[in-house]
Design a protein around this ligand. Structure first.
Ligand SMILES: [Zn+2]
Length: 239
């Protein structure tokens, strides 16, 4: 009678320790960081699961993304892409065109003038300057510090707050009240204005001559400035 009893006791002890060992092994496994089986990567679905797409952010408008904006940038402006393609931190509503009224100049000359004569700490009041071949190459676009920093302009006049705050100021060197607009200047101006209008969704009728926004008399940018031609080109590019 003792032997079967001993067997039962030994079996019970073995079962008890086996059970404890199994539970502890289970607990140790639970403590380990979970590792996905390698095969899971192979079996993982490539695209979103059905219904998952609705959870994601809606697609951004084409104007906001850097790639579509770059795709629209005309080749003539590619060298200036890092300066021109700024993050859309400011709301630009209009493009205000100017002439310099003098015969020569460039961004650096006007920047010095605006700092020293006008006392403007941010310098050049325009966002862009387009050369006429007298101070910088004809049709060459220069990007001002105010554009790079995306800050307000100082080009529309003290009474024209809206147009300084939300108007992109472009100055073409020359006087287009007294002189004809040089044809070789036009392509650079057009490329810049068309791109800006598309990038910031500015319609042709919001491309304005300085004389219409200043609130004080001015002839800027002169009666021979090709304003309607610019608007037509923006209209054509939008189609
Ligand atoms: Zn002006």
């Amino acid at each position: 009678m003792r032997r079967p009893g001993l067997v039962r006791i030994v079996a019970a002890v073995v079962a008890f320790y086996g059970c404890v060992y199994g539970v502890r092994a289970q607990m140790r496994r639970a403590d380990l960081p979970r590792r996905e089986p390698a095969v899971a990567a192979v079996q993982a679905p490539v695209g979103p699961l059905p219904g998952e797409g609705e959870e994601r952010d809606p697609p951004q408008p084409a104007m906001c993304g850097p790639f579509p904006a770059f795709a629209m940038l005309p080749e003539s402006l590619w060298p200036l892409a890092p300066q021109i393609m700024r993050p859309g931190t400011r709301e630009w509503r209009t493009i205000v065109v100017h002439h310099s009224a003098g015969t020569a100049g460039n961004a650096a000359v006007f920047d010095r003038m605006h700092r020293e004569e006008n006392g403007w700490v941010n310098g050049l009041g325009y966002h862009f300057v387009v050369g006429n071949g007298n101070g910088s190459p004809a049709g060459a676009v220069e990007v001002g510090g105010r554009w790079i920093q995306q800050i307000q302009g100082a080009h529309a006049g003290a009474k024209a707050t809206e147009y300084n705050e939300h108007g992109i100021g472009i100055c073409v060197v020359g006087n287009y009240e007294t002189g004809d607009f040089p044809e070789e200047v036009y392509p650079g101006l057009r490329d810049l204005v068309v791109w800006l209008a598309r990038r910031y969704d500015i319609p042709p009728e919001r491309i304005l001559p300085h004389r219409e926004v200043r609130g004080e008399p001015t002839e800027c940018p002169g009666g021979r400035f090709p304003l309607e031609r610019l608007r037509d080109d923006v209209r054509a590019a939008a189609r």
